[in-house]
Design a protein around this ligand. Structure first.
Ligand code: ADP
Ligand code: MN
Ligand code: MN
Ligand code: MN
Length: 361
C-alpha cells in the first residue's frame, strides 16, 4: 500500500517555472476507456494549440494493428490539473492515425464539423446528466453492498442522506470540486435510485465543449476513484433485476428554443426526433455494444427501446420536455435515451443533424 504522506512530501517539492507537466488524455480503442501520459513543456500553456502534437503506440491502446502504429495526439481542450495543481494542466486530445486521419473512436472531428455548420444561426447548447456506479475493487460489487445478498429495495437512496443510504459520497464530493477547479461547469449532483450510483450534470455548454467537458469529467472521476481505491463503471445496467440502470440524458437547445416563445421550436424538434428514432438508437450504441437493449426496458424510468414516446414532465419518455420549460414557454428538451457510456460527441452530432440540419447519415 502506498504511503501517502511520503507521496505528499515529494509532490510539495518546488517545481521549476519552466517545467510544466501537461497530462495528455485521450479516448482509446474501446471508445469508452481513457488513457493518459504526461509531457513536460517549458512554458505555461494558455491555449491547447500552443501544445505540441505527441505520438503514442496505437497498438497498445487497441487502435492499431502491427508495428506501424505511431498514432498522434492533437491537443484540443485545456484544463487546470486538480491532481498536480499549480500551473500544471490536463489536455484532452483528438487521436489520429499515421496519416493524421481521425482514429475510429475519435468522433470529435465529425461532431465539430456538424456543429460548425449550424453554430452561427442556431448556437446549440448541451447539458449531460452523467450517471455512474462505484464498484468495490475487492469484491467487484457496487460499493457498500453486502458481501452476500442485496441491500434493501430501491426507494430511500435517490437524493438520500445517511450512512445506510449513500455509498461513496467522498468520491462524488472530491470529483465535483476537482471538476470545478479544472474548469468544467458541473451544474449539480445527486445520489441515484440504485445505491452506489450517482449523477452529476455537466453544462450547459456551448457546442463542442459538451463532449470535451464530459470526457474530461469522466477522466477526473476515474482518477479520483483511483485515489480512494474504488472503481467507476459507466455500464448502463450494472445489476439485472429490480435495480435502475445508468444513463446520460442529453439536454439540448438552440437559441430559438431559448428565446421567448421557443416552445414551438422545441416541439418541432421532438417530432424530428420521433421520426428518426430507429436511426438514433443504433447510432447511440456506436461502439457496437448492446447497451441500450439492456437498459431501455420501459421500466426503471426508461422508455422501451423500439418505441418513441415524448411528453411534458414524463420521466418514462424517450424525449421529455421538462415541466418548467413548458411553464416558461421556452428552454430546452431532454433526450433520455443515451446510455451512461455513450459518446457525447456522437449523441450531440445526431441531435443536431436530426433537429437542425434535418439529415442523419
Ligand atoms: P433532470 O430534471 O432531468 O434530472 P437535471 O437538473 O439533472 O435534470 O439536469 C439538467 C441539465 O440540463 C443540466 O446538465 C443542465 O446543464 C442542462 N441545461 C440547462 N439549461 C439548458 C439549455 N438551455 N440547453 C441545454 N441544456 C441545458
Ligand atoms: Mn438529473
Ligand atoms: Mn438521474
Ligand atoms: Mn434527466
Amino acid at each position: 500500500m502506498a504511503n501517502y504522506s511520503i507521496l505528499q512530501s515529494f509532490l510539495s517539492l518546488n517545481q521549476p517555472d519552466d517545467k510544466i507537466q501537461v497530462n495528455y488524455v485521450w479516448i482509446d480503442g474501446t471508445g469508452e476507456q481513457l488513457r493518459c501520459k504526461t509531457k513536460t513543456v517549458p512554458f505555461v500553456p494558455v491555449k491547447p494549440s500552443e501544445l505540441p502534437i505527441w505520438r503514442y503506440c496505437g497498438s497498445a491502446t487497441g487502435q492499431a494493428t502491427g508495428n506501424l502504429a505511431e498514432f498522434g495526439l492533437i491537443p484540443v481542450a485545456l484544463y487546470n490539473d486538480p491532481f498536480r495543481r499549480g500551473n500544471n494542466k490536463l489536455v484532452l486530445c483528438e487521436s489520429v492515425d499515421v496519416e493524421d486521419k481521425p482514429t475510429k473512436t475519435n468522433k470529435r472531428s465529425s461532431c465539430l464539423s456538424v456543429i460548425n455548420k449550424v453554430n452561427e444561426d442556431f448556437a446549440p447548447w448541451f447539458g449531460v446528466e452523467q450517471e455512474y456506479t462505484l464498484i468495490d475493487v475487492d469484491d467487484c460489487r457496487p460499493l457498500g453492498w453486502p458481501k452476500k445478498g442485496f441491500p434493501g429495495p430501491q426507494g430511500p437512496y435517490y437524493c438520500g442522506v445517511g450512512a445506510e443510504k449513500t455509498y461513496g459520497r467522498h468520491v462524488m464530493e472530491s470529483h465535483y470540486r476537482a471538476c470545478l477547479y479544472a474548469g468544467i461547469p458541473i451544474a449539480g449532483e445527486n445520489a441515484e435510485v440504485m445505491p452506489a450510483e450517482w449523477e452529476y450534470q455537466v453544462g450547459p455548454c456551448a457546442g463542442i465543449a459538451i463532449g470535451d467537458d464530459v470526457w474530461m469529467s469522466r477522466f477526473i472521476l476515474h482518477r479520483v476513484a483511483e485515489e480512494f481505491g474504488a472503481k467507476v463503471t459507466f455500464d448502463p445496467k450494472v445489476i439485472q433485476g429490480d435495480w435502475n440502470g445508468a444513463g446520460a440524458h442529453m439536454n439540448f437547445s438552440t437559441k430559438q428554443m431559448r428565446a421567448k416563445g421557443g416552445l414551438k421550436h422545441i416541439e418541432a424538434a421532438v417530432l424530428k426526433l420521433r421520426d428518426t428514432h430507429n436511426q438514433h438508437i443504433p447510432y447511440y450504441d456506436a461502439n457496437g455494444g448492446k447497451d441500450n437493449e439492456r437498459r431501455l426496458t420501459g421500466n426503471h424510468e426508461t422508455s422501451k427501446i423500439n418505441e418513441f414516446t415524448s411528453g411534458v414532465g414524463d420521466r418514462g419518455a424517450s424525449v421529455r420536455i421538462p415541466l418548467q420549460v413548458a411553464k416558461d414557454g421556452c428552454g430546452y428538451l431532454e433526450d433520455r435515451r443515451p446510455a451512461s457510456n455513450c459518446d457525447p460527441y456522437v449523441v450531440a452530432e445526431a441531435i443536431v443533424r436530426t433537429s437542425v440540419l434535418l439529415i442523419m447519415k
